[in-house]
Design a binder for this molecule. Structure first.
Ligand code: DC
Length: 213
């Protein structure tokens, strides 16, 4: 078992904010795996090519994720692109990018090179990428609650954001099943602090391990 905490869940379930806070509380880095899929999606937009085409040329590009205390910095061929990863344009194509097995393999290799301890959020962190993680959580919330949470982060109406969330739930379904040993937390009626407390309540100092409260 490794000192890794996985926090998976559907889009806008709050997993990144929760992962950030939990990591901060424990004094360890957090990693947002979705950023790597977003970076590949951005590459498609920049090069004006499909997910299928980019898959063939991934070896030519260098993708790096650097966790810093406040945020994750993403570099594409040495250039920092973090700011450009949360547009509606990227939202719209990222599921198609993430559906391609060779792209998933590429992203997973980048993730597995990061040395523990860390908190990581995504869809399949507990089930596929880090099955050896010490703690696994899966956050859920209704699509309406998730849309309401995401509207302030997008230049789009509630209806547009909700439609996008429903479409992405469908498109991401395959890689979004919770790990069998994950603790499932419904966050619909909890605020951010409530979810963070619920997660931290399950994390106990490991004998001899560095994850401490
Ligand atoms: O968590 P997010 O919204 O930033 O993720 C962006 C997209 O990447 C999302 O549509 C699903 C996909 N994704 C994935 O398939 N597997 C992951 N581990 C993380 C994200």
């Amino acid at each position: 078992m490794q000192d890794i905490i996985t926090i998976d869940g559907p889009s806008a379930s709050g997993k990144t904010s929760v992962a950030q806070r939990v990591a901060q509380h424990l004094g360890i880095p957090y990693i947002s795996s979705g950023l790597l899929y977003r970076a590949v999606a951005l590459l498609c937009l920049l090069e004006n090519v499909s997910a299928e085409e980019i898959e063939q040329h991934l070896g030519k590009h260098r993708l790096e994720l650097k966790p810093t205390p406040g945020q994750n910095l993403v570099f594409l061929d040495g250039q920092e692109v973090s700011e450009a990863l949360h547009s509606l344009e990227v939202d719209q194509i990222v599921s198609a990018v993430a559906a391609r097995p060779a792209i998933r393999q590429y992203v997973n290799e980048v993730l597995r090179q990061i040395p523990p301890p860390f908190v990581v959020d995504g869809r399949d962190m507990g089930s596929t990428v880090f099955p050896q993680a010490r703690y696994k959580f899966y956050l859920t919330a209704s699509p309406e609650v998730r849309a309401k949470r995401r509207v302030p982060e997008r230049e789009a109406s509630y209806e547009t954001v909700l439609a996008e969330i429903l479409r992405r739930d469908q498109a991401d379904q395959q890689q979004s099943a919770p790990a069998q040993d994950a603790l499932i937390l419904d966050t619909s009626n909890l605020d951010l602090d409530g979810v963070v407390q619920a997660v931290l309540a399950h994390i106990t100092p490991a004998p001899g391990g560095p994850i401490t409260k």
